[in-house]
Write a protein that binds this ligand. Structure first.
Ligand SMILES: [Zn+2]
Ligand SMILES: [Zn+2]
Length: 281
């Protein structure tokens, strides 16, 4: 059984972090055995894939949680890469209804042509279940300004992983992600700075207390969160919840097997580096 590698190609979110690229907005890659899955390919997904040595032509699954550009922007070009320049219908695209068909506040985010390139397209609403390689995935409700937004729960060989996408806190969310080994939270705002449709550190604390994951990763930081300091907010969450909380950084890589290792995928000179810090589990 190989480790699951999770690479954070980007950790920024929201309009201003995206426009300024204070943090990259390239999404997250899951790699294990045959699995090569890109989650929420925002602006930069293509470029940072190459910069981190992750050939986008090897992708076999693309997931888009909703129709905002920090989540879908590079989806079409990654689909072209996945389909070998449109020469071969292959791979799976799973995306929220608004992304595929347009919604109340959004136009179609992936063209009909690009939707014809993958071997399978899954329209994901709350409750939709599908598989990419050996990973079972289920969509869950998210409450966001794109009403079709969905979060995901991934059942992998090394445990369950939750990804909330952009959402505000609501009670049922606890049931969706209870018992996951790793919970990835899109914490756009710091403590005390609520904004409708998004999560603050205060909301994240409630979710972690209710779901009790083995460890938590914070990502998708907006400007206010970046200026406050995700590390500081993560430490505060650890004090409040007793959980291990990792603030993601651009290029951060997690290796999940029996143990969990965290490190940078690549150093400043562009060289692959070894992971050296182990989380106690
Ligand atoms: Zn977002
Ligand atoms: Zn959004």
């Amino acid at each position: 059984m190989g480790d699951l590698r999770i690479v954070f190609l980007g950790t920024g979110g929201g309009r201003f972090a995206t426009i300024t690229q204070k943090r990259r907005t390239a999404g997250v890659r899951f790699l294990k055995d045959e699995l090569n899955l890109h989650l929420d390919p925002g602006p930069g997904a293509l470029v940072y894939s190459w910069m981190l040595g992750l050939d986008p032509r090897k992708i076999n699954g693309i997931i888009v949680s909703h129709a905002h550009p920090d989540h879908y922007n590079d989806a079409e070009v990654l689909i072209e890469a996945m389909a070998r320049g449109a020469l071969k219908r292959q791979g799976i695209l799973a995306a929220a209804r608004s992304v595929l068909k347009g919604g109340e506040t959004a136009e179609v985010a992936i063209s009909k042509y690009h939707q014809s390139l993958p071997k399978q397209v899954v329209e994901t609403v709350a409750g939709t279940e599908f598989e990419i390689k050996d990973v079972k995935i289920k969509g869950f409700e998210a409450r966001h300004s794109d009403v079709d937004a969905v979060g995901f729960r991934f059942e992998t060989e090394v445990g369950a992983i939750g990804y909330t996408s952009d959402t505000e806190f609501f009670e049922e969310i606890e049931g969706f992600y209870r018992g996951v080994r790793m919970l990835i939270l899109c914490v756009l705002r710091p403590s005390g700075e609520p904004w409708q449709g998004h999560m603050t550190t205060d909301d994240a604390i409630e979710i972690v207390k209710a779901t009790e994951p083995e460890f938590v990763v914070l990502t998708h930081f907006g400007m206010k969160m970046i200026f406050r300091g995700p590390t500081r907010e993560a430490r505060m969450m650890e004090r409040e919840t007793g959980a291990k909380v990792v603030p993601a950084t651009d290029g951060m890589e997690l290796w999940i097997g029996e143990e969990i290792a965290v490190g940078k995928a690549i150093d400043k000179k562009g060289k692959k580096i070894k992971l050296n810090k182990f989380l106690k589990t």
